[in-house]
Write a protein that binds this ligand. Structure first.
Ligand code: SAH
Ligand code: F3S
Length: 433
């Protein structure tokens, strides 16, 4: 019997990819097999997120629970951003944890595994050219990192302190990885980084001259790749060249994440986002004009220190004008190691909660409207997942989740689907070709 690995992944797409790397290394170098049954695991890992306070709170109750139900000799390891941030403190508070592995030290997983109470959290560690073993959780799409770390210093965000400075991964490595993924059958590539359209500003060695737009062009030339997605771009770096490539390259999916954070220019300044309300609107309108069926998603924080009613009105105003197809909205959460936690004018919880529900209610109505408009439309869907009740689900190029009655034979296939039942979270339709 081989050893079994149970892994739980929280947080962003970068964590999903980090977990795939961890699984790959443990499978090929330590002969672990994945299990979904924690009771039979020899190694239990939790890949954490520290962007907001809630998941950090939950970490200790969760690993405490793991410790109660685990097999006698099973090890528990804590990975990811909370590992980077809390380091040794995790082992102090939870002495049954065997090792702590930071978000920028993933390649050291097989080392820490054999060192009892190891803490590897060096945020200057350079993994940008490390050749990870291959593992993908989906045969249909491949996540590929294009950079590590983040050079922005958004004043609310802990990520620069947990993932370190931004380094781009050499384009040759990215292209080779995308080729390998395409050869193994993945038709969709998902390029990942905290700030993807800043790609090419700094490599750890060499002097490659390439930006994100050029990288997109090169990836799109790889045979077998039909769709390219990426996250997250930064609104500040959405120059015309980038928007034109996005609009004109048929392999780039017409879905853009534009993290707004706030619609108020004053709050954006305090967040150090580098753009104004007007710049954001200008980019979003230009995008809608260039790509009429584009799907725009966003992240919004309400209750950032100093946010008054007028600032919040500005946020609602941008939401009304851009009519985002998807909004990830959060109450501001003061984070250690960030400047904003010390700002004096923190917004009371009740006000932040009230604003969050106002924003979410307003967006729900918009979503009903957006959904209704999709009835009768035809989308090309790439099917990826079986769903209960005899459904198969996938995404349209512009990121609507679409399900149809069907079975395995649709998986990994493209079909034209006509929408019959639009819903807020997913659209239902019939395959017509
Ligand atoms: N580089 C990514 C951001 C990663 S964090 C990007 O630009 O999209 C993901 C999201 O979490 C952010 O966009 C922000 O909306 C939210 N977030 C980050 N720090 C936060 C905080 N302290 N409180 C509330 N939300 C936060
Ligand atoms: Fe965080 Fe801003 Fe970077 S939100 S991840 S510091 S772009």
């Amino acid at each position: 019997m081989g050893k079994k690995l149970y892994i739980e992944t929280l947080g962003c797409a970068m964590n999903v990819r980090d977990s795939e790397h961890i699984i790959a290394e443990l499978k090929t170098k330590e002969s672990y097999d994945l299990t979904e049954d924690i009771n039979e695991a020899d190694l239990i890992l939790i890949n954490t997120c520290s962007v907001r306070e809630k998941p950090v709170h939950k970490l200790f109750s969760e690993i405490g629970h793991f410790n109660k139900i685990k097999k006698k000799d099973a090890k528990i390891g804590v990975c990811g951003c909370t590992a980077s941030h809390l380091g040794e403190e995790i082992i102090k508070r939870a002495p049954y944890v065997s090792f702590v592995l930071g978000a920028r030290n993933v390649s050291k997983i097989t080392e820490v595994l054999h060192k009892e109470k190891a803490v590897e959290i060096d945020i200057d560690y350079d993994e940008s050219t490390y050749a990870f073993s291959d593992f993908r959780s989906s045969p249909y799409k491949a996540y590929i990192n294009i950079s590590i770390g983040c050079d922005k210093q958004c004043t609310f965000c802990i990520v620069p302190s947990t993932r370190g400075e931004e380094i781009s991964i050499p384009s040759e490595l990215i292209i080779n990885e995308a080729r390998r993924a395409a050869q193994s059958g993945a038709k969709e590539i998902f390029l990942l980084g905290q700030n993807v359209n800043n790609y090419g500003r700094r490599f750890s060695s060499g002097d490659e001259k390439i930006n994100f737009t050029e990288l997109l062009r090169r990836v799109s030339q790889i045979e077998g790749i039909e769709r390219i997605r990426f996250t997250s771009p930064h609104p500040l770096h959405m120059d015309d060249e980038f928007l034109e490539e996005f609009a004109s390259n048929p392999k780039i999916c017409k879905s853009m994440h534009m993290p707004l954070q706030s619609g108020s220019t004053e709050i954006l300044r305090r967040m150090k986002r580098g753009y104004t309300k007007e710049w954001f609107l200008n980019r979003a309108f230009k995008l809608r004009e260039m790509v009429p069926d584009v799907h725009i998603s966003t992240d919004i924080i309400v209750g950032f220190p100093g946010e008054n009613d007028k600032d919040f009105e500005d946020t609602l105003d941008v939401v009304k004008k851009v009519k985002f197809e998807q909004i990830f909205s959060f109450k501001y959460s003061p984070r250690p190691l960030t400047p904003a936690k010390d700002y004096e004018d923190q917004v009371p919880q009740e006000i932040a909660s009230e604003r969050l529900s106002l924003l979410q209610e307003m967006h729900k109505e918009m979503l009903d409207d957006i959904a209704k408009k999709q009835k009768g439309k035809v989308f090309n869907v790439y099917f990826e997942e079986l769903k209960p009740g005899g459904y198969v689900a996938g995404r349209s190029d512009n990121n609507f989740i679409i399900k149809v009655k069907g079975s395995e034979e649709l998986l990994g296939e493209f079909r034209d689907v006509k929408i019959t039942k639009p819903g807020r979270l997913s659209l239902e339709g019939e395959v017509i070709a």
